[in-house]
Design a protein around this ligand. Structure first.
Ligand SMILES: Cc1cc2nc3c(=O)[nH]c(=O)nc-3n(C[C@H](O)[C@H](O)[C@H](O)COP(=O)(O)OP(=O)(O)OC[C@H]3O[C@@H](n4cnc5c(N)ncnc54)[C@H](O)[C@@H]3O)c2cc1C
Length: 238
């Protein structure tokens, strides 16, 4: 019997998985307990081959086999939940395009910048090191002041927010199954993905590689350029 527990109830484990990324913070809130054994047992139901359940060896062998064969639906039996703080609305908009991710995001209808929480924004690295950085910050600050002026003047937050920049940070919690995380990492950890979503996805991938090492074993992280690639099945034997 697999014990029903989440990482939220294990503070020492949760602390391990918090990774500050400059101003970004990616936290694993919860993951299916004994996720890879759940996947194995679900998969073994197809063949009623429970007599072969002998972890960790049988788990590794079976999950690697199903990854190679493309029998990925069994990965849907395991889920993970992440909290991401300090990412921009640019990033969250890209993230929520992934339809199989369940998001809960702070609402600009209910949250009041300067009151519920401070106004905060992301300066992209390509701007931060240039003479444009100062003007970027000035405009962000002016925008914030005008937002506050409008709210004080009676404009509802839900309408005053129209003036806020894409750079505004937005807290989000996402839940997805392992199959969707593999898809997310495949398309968002490549050099073609935008730097911010790539940065968050690489961090989530590193955590998932630690928490579910077999299910994500074929993703190779390149620390130098902050990307990850997925090995083709013929190269990922093992
Ligand atoms: C580098 C890059 C550049 C991009 N540029 C743009 C852009 O310029 N403009 C733009 O609008 N978007 C852009 N996108 C977003 C992209 O078009 C997708 O909306 C986003 O990546 C979600 O991908 P997805 O639909 O494969 O995945 P998800 O929504 O996460 O779905 C996962 C998988 O489930 C299956 N699935 C989900 N829903 C359905 C469905 N309704 N029917 C059938 N199968 C389904 C598919 O196999 C899908 O791959 C870009 C994405 C990337 C990675």
């Amino acid at each position: 019997m697999i014990e029903e527990k989440t990482i939220l109830e294990q503070p020492e484990k949760k602390a391990e998985t918090i990774k500050p990324l400059g101003e970004l913070l990616v936290t694993l809130m919860s993951i299916t307990p004994q996720a890879e054994q759940v996947i194995e047992q679900a998969c073994r139901t197809c063949y009623l081959s429970f007599h072969r359940f002998n972890p960790p060896a049988s788990t590794e062998e079976l999950i690697k086999k199903i990854l190679k064969k493309g029998h990925h639906s069994v990965l849907e039996h395991a889920h993970a939940t992440f909290r991401i703080k300090g990412g921009s609305r640019v990033f969250t908009h890209e993230l929520i395009r992934h339809r199989l991710i369940s998001p809960s995001q702070e609402s600009q209808r209910y949250v009041q910048y300067g009151k519920t929480r401070p106004f905060d924004y992301v300066v992209p690295p390509s701007v931060a090191q240039t003479p444009f950085a100062e003007r970027f910050k000035e405009l962000a600050s002016e925008t914030q002041q005008f937002y506050e002026e409008m709210v004080k003047g009676g404009v509802p937050k839900e309408d005053a927010r129209y003036i806020l920049p894409n750079a505004t940070t937005s807290e989000i919690v996402i839940t997805a199954n392992f199959r969707e995380f593999r898809h997310l990492f495949t398309v968002r950890c490549t050099p073609f993905a935008h730097w911010e979503i790539r940065k968050v996805c690489i961090e989530m991938l590193k955590i998932m590689k630690k928490e579910a090492p077999i299910s994500f074993y074929d993703f190779v992280v390149n620390e130098e350029n902050n990307t990850a690639t997925i090995l083709p099945p013929e190269e990922s034997k093992g």
